[in-house]
Design a protein around this ligand. Structure first.
Ligand code: ADP
Ligand code: UDP
Ligand code: MG
Length: 209
């Protein structure tokens, strides 16, 4: 069943109303590629609301919800939490936001995530940002992240890299095959990466005008 998340209506010239789906941009890239960092910059410049699927899952653990223990153990193993849980959290966050432009960071992480989001919300992404970064650089960044995350240890990092290659890259490849991916070289300083990100959002806005 489709959600009414963030749906806004507008008057057509003939007096009928049309429903406008929210704009969603998926922000993908390996663990430590800089998704969260760049999303914070995008929010400041382009009026999007940012949701990190990982942050929503960590908040769910903290809230003491009945799924908390399951989520905690899956994150600890670097595994992908079932779509049902993640899609529900994203849907609720979008509904409560009051905005209609969303950056969804770190999701979809596998094909099942992708299909479930589309089936439940009826939303297809406007485009996908893909932060491309070598593993050695991502590993260095995560080991310096200092956010006290249980999964930022070398053993779990290696598992997350494997899951990324096996399950998450195919999602990027799918969106590439339908021409929706903007690939960004993420192995540069934050400001330089953001220059490339800015160019993508600016060119997309110009096309829409
Ligand atoms: N371009 C960059 N160069 C160097 N360090 C970065 C860069 N982007 C992010 N970082 C740092 O690397 C770590 C991981 O970044 P983060 O945005 O949390 O990545 P992700 O959300 O993709 O896991 C953080 O400590 C962040 O401050
Ligand atoms: O849609 C998602 C997003 C995250 N995760 C889990 O949450 C962890 C951390 O995700 P996050 O995006 O915060 O990590 P990052 O890629 O930013 O390091 C992942 O390894 C997964 O175990 C998940 O199961 N589904
Ligand atoms: Mg992140």
């Amino acid at each position: 069943m489709e959600t009414d998340v963030g749906v806004s209506t507008s008057e057509e010239a003939n007096g009928s109303t049309v429903q406008k789906k929210p704009t969603v941009v998926f922000v993908l890239g390996g663990p430590g590629s800089g998704k969260g960092t760049q999303c914070a910059c995008i929010v400041e410049h382009f009026g999007f609301t940012h949701f990190s699927a990982g942050d929503l899952l960590r908040a769910e653990i903290k809230s003491g919800s009945e799924n908390g223990l399951m989520i905690k153990s899956m994150i600890g193993e670097g595994k992908i939490v079932p779509s049902e849980v993640t899609v529900k959290l994203l849907q609720k966050a979008m509904e409560e936001s009051g905005n209609d432009k969303f950056l969804i960071d770190g999701f979809p992480r596998n094909d099942e995530n992708r299909a479930a989001f589309e089936a439940v919300t009826g939303i297809e992404p406007a485009f996908v940002l893909f932060f491309d970064c070598p593993e050695e650089e991502m590993e260095r960044r995560i080991l310096h992240r200092n956010q006290g995350r249980d999964d930022d240890n070398i053993e779990t990092i290696r598992k997350r890299f494997k899951v990324f290659l096996e399950s998450s890259l195919p999602v990027v490849q799918f969106y590439e095959s339908i021409g929706k991916v903007h690939k960004i070289d993420a192995a540069r300083p934050v400001e330089e990466v953001f220059e490339s990100v800015k160019a993508v959002f600016t060119s997309v806005n110009e096309k829409d005008d």
